[in-house]
Design a protein around this ligand. Structure first.
Ligand code: SME
Length: 157
């Protein structure tokens, strides 16, 4: 079982040590993927002017390295500014297939206030794999990642 508090603490420790978002985003994907057998593919997409780009992932290689806002489940989450828990990807017209084995998908936005930095995307080979508890856990992790991304954005300004 993925432990939200432990993962969030580990990410905060990395911040305290001076690690930047690149390292945090990779560490988050690793601990989420290791944290639960239902999570077959775990990745982070970041958002820029052109849309979503795949920062890092664990699982089968995907051709969806870039996804425009409004395209696929991932792009829909950004367009609608909402997390998406999709119990059956086959029922979604806009679904972009990663692997034929995927049955359900969870997209959690990495956001702080009005700003969307990207998203955590998880695929499962089980139908309706994702619970409300998963959503709460993943939101806590996404919020910690957003804290670091926001801090780096402020330094650039
Ligand atoms: N299924 C996603 C595309 C990303 S892959 O799952 C890695 C979508 O429909 O946007």
């Amino acid at each position: 079982m993925l432990d939200a508090a432990e993962t969030v603490n580990d990410l905060q420790t990395m911040r305290d040590e001076g690690h930047l978002s690149d390292a945090l985003l990779r560490a988050a994907v690793r601990s989420i993927e290791k944290g639960d057998d239902r999570f077959d593919w775990v990745g982070v997409y970041l958002l820029n002017e052109e849309g979503l780009w795949l920062h890092n992932y664990m699982g089968e290689p995907t051709e969806h390295a870039r996804i425009p806002v409004g395209t696929g489940i991932c792009g829909r989450a950004v367009q609608e500014r909402t997390n998406l828990n999709i119990p059956d990807v086959a029922a979604e017209e806009d679904y972009l297939a990663c692997s034929p084995d995927v049955q359900s998908e969870l997209v959690i936005l990495i956001r702080a206030g009005d700003e969307i930095y990207g998203q955590i995307d998880i695929d499962s080979e089980e139908k309706a794999a994702f619970t409300e508890e998963d959503e709460i856990t993943l939101i806590a992790i996404a919020d910690k990642l957003a804290e670091q991304l926001a801090a780096e954005r402020r330094e650039d300004a």
